[in-house]
Design a protein around this ligand. Sequence first.
Ligand SMILES: CC(C)(COP(=O)(O)OP(=O)(O)OC[C@H]1O[C@@H](n2cnc3c(N)ncnc32)[C@H](O)[C@@H]1OP(=O)(O)O)[C@@H](O)C(=O)NCCC(=O)NCCS
Length: 332
Amino acid sequence: MAAISAPRGPEFARIMGLGAYRPSRVVTNAEICERIDSSDEWIRERSGIESRRFAAPDESVIDMSTAAAGKAIAQAGIRPEQIGAVLVATVTHPLQTPSAAAAVADRLGATDAAATDLSAACAGFCYGVSLANDMVRGGSAEYVLVSGCEKLSDFTDSYDRSTAFIFGDGAGAVVIGPSDEPAIGPTIWGSDGSQYDAITQRASWIDVRDHAVDFPHLTMQGQKVFRWAVWQMAPVAAKAMAAAGVAPEDLDAFIPHQANMRITDALIKTLKLPAHVPVARDIRESVNSSVASVPLAMERMLEAGEVKSGGTALLIGFGAGLVYAAQVVTLP
Ligand SMILES: CC(C)(COP(=O)(O)OP(=O)(O)OC[C@H]1O[C@@H](n2cnc3c(N)ncnc32)[C@H](O)[C@@H]1OP(=O)(O)O)[C@@H](O)C(=O)NCCC(=O)NCCS
């Protein structure tokens, strides 16, 4: 039997660079309420949302992903051709195949990089960080680009008041590469497919073809998801901190998925997060941009000086599947 050489990577990996892309068009609650029976006051009170960004009609997941990724690569200080793999986490790239990632890699000049999309909805960024961490440490790629990008405005029914106000567009990307010290803690992740219908598309593409149903927009059982997030996600976040050996008071930032300000507040309470720990509240202006929420919120906090580069942050993403992932990281 021939001896096969197994891949081997560095002992640790870290987030080396971060980039964000927010589309230019700001959409107010008032504009959303032109199509649904709701109000600016109700939306602010029940979700914490004040406005959102929508991409231009001709602006794609590939465009936004490339814009965010370019900034992440520049901050990481590497050349695009050094990237060994491109992971684009998204649920709104409108082609079944080919992947958005293949186009993003090409546009970036990440020639020869492995490229694939990742479907883990709002947990997609934390899934991507976990996979990239393992890929670097396992020797599959020296540098991995993880981009989380959504154009949810294409898949949201603007007349459905249970979803129209909550979803938005944007992209956030990171480069993950070798590190001399631990900078990405163990990921606590999982799924609960028994709640497959809690957030889903109204119909499949086969239904569209064979039964002439309408465009299959996203639908969400808001209360069900709300309860699940509030009760099930705090233990996941607590386990991620314990696995990393970090106590709540050691955190420099808490960056949860931006699903609802009340979910964030409930998590803070259950986790007994000290008041001095800054918490991401990007939902105000960036709504729930699914997979882009965590990296966009991270970028906003760093930009605003709420947390410094090198700080320790707890990340958690959760969404359609239902799926979830949390980890403690050192910020780029
Ligand atoms: C969507 C969400 C904001 C709705 O808030 P909620 O407090 O659960 O609202 P409910 O569905 O209980 O509805 C409360 C009342 O407001 C009404 N309502 C629902 N949507 C409304 C809207 N857009 N505007 C005004 N009223 C609305 C309901 O009809 C209900 O009225 P009633 O009390 O007279 O029956 C909330 O459920 C949520 O954030 N869920 C989780 C979302 C999430 O995490 N999603 C993503 C994971 S990726």
